[in-house]
Design a protein around this ligand. Structure first.
Ligand SMILES: [Mg+2]
Length: 272
């Protein structure tokens, strides 16, 4: 494993930040060119799709489902979606294509593309959910999203409420100890059952066919994706960042979702 790690992302320590992110992308291209076994793990929002004002108003590039299907065929099915969205929603976005996937940051999982969505985490305590709803009523502009296993609080429409929102959530952490974790993303605060992350989801998928024994490549744009980047690198693979509201263009391997799609298209040899 150590050897694999050095041969992947660990080998570019001497490069500048920008050169390193370009080198990682080139390394993955070489794996594809040599037809070596790769497994792709893809975030959705901000990675495959431009971020919208609210999660329900995203625009889907018409080519996307077909493109991912073509990639999946090329990689013997080793394409997985790892998203903060509930999987039902992810399926609707990528319809008619369907993939192995982890949703709500790993609290939901589907381990075969035609299998059922499994809930790995209990729902959040009802009293906690009610308290969070009360917070949202007090803070106009915050959009409450019930994800089944978790809650997302979007403040893109009311960024000035972020500090107050965090303070109120911190108080709930004390009221409901050990029951949930909070973490930030792109203009969103996620409330999740403890113990789940995109990193844990990647590791789980990477241990089973058709993902096992393939070099993992995670592509993502947000703070929550860092755990999955780390997991991929520890397994001898790559974490490729997409520039946007979290990663700068300098540290990212992609300028944005359009750049990611163009690159995936090249890898899948899909013609328009
Ligand atoms: Mg994202």
């Amino acid at each position: 494993m150590q050897q694999a790690r050095r041969s992947a992302s660990g080998s570019h320590h001497d490069l500048s930040v920008q050169d390193r992110s370009d080198a990682l992308r080139n390394d993955v291209e070489r794996l594809f060119a040599a037809d070596l076994p790769v497994a792709l793990y893809l975030d959705i929002d901000g990675t495959l799709l431009d971020v919208a004002l609210t999660p329900s108003t995203v625009r889907i590039p018409p080519i996307l489902p077909h493109l991912l299907d073509a990639l999946s065929q090329r990689l013997s099915g080793a394409v997985a979606i790892i998203t903060g969205r509930p999987l039902k929603e992810a399926d609707e976005l990528l319809h008619p294509a369907r993939f192995v996937a982890a949703g709500v940051h790993g609290a939901q999982m589907r381990i075969s593309s035609d299998g059922a969505i499994e809930s790995l985490a209990p729902s959040l305590d009802q009293a906690l959910q009610d308290d969070i709803r009360k917070i949202v009523i007090d803070l106009p502009g915050i959009v409450f999203e019930d994800k089944g296993n978790g809650i997302a609080l979007h403040y893109r429409l009311a960024p000035e409420q972020h500090t107050a929102l965090m303070m109120m959530l911190e108080k709930l952490v004390m009221k409901y100890p050990e029951q949930f974790t909070i973490f930030g993303g792109r203009k969103v605060v996620e409330v999740l059952p403890v113990g789940f992350s995109k990193g844990r989801a990647l590791r789980t998928l990477a241990s089973m066919p058709p993902f096992a024994n393939r070099t993992p490549v995670m592509i993502g744009d947000d703070i929550a994706d860092i755990a999955a980047f780390n997991a991929a690198e520890e397994l001898g693979g790559f974490g490729l960042k997409v520039a946007g509201e979290h990663f700068s263009h300098e540290e990212a391997s992609f300028h944005g979702p359009a750049d990611v799609l163009e690159w995936l298209q090249k890898l899948s040899r899909v013609k328009d």
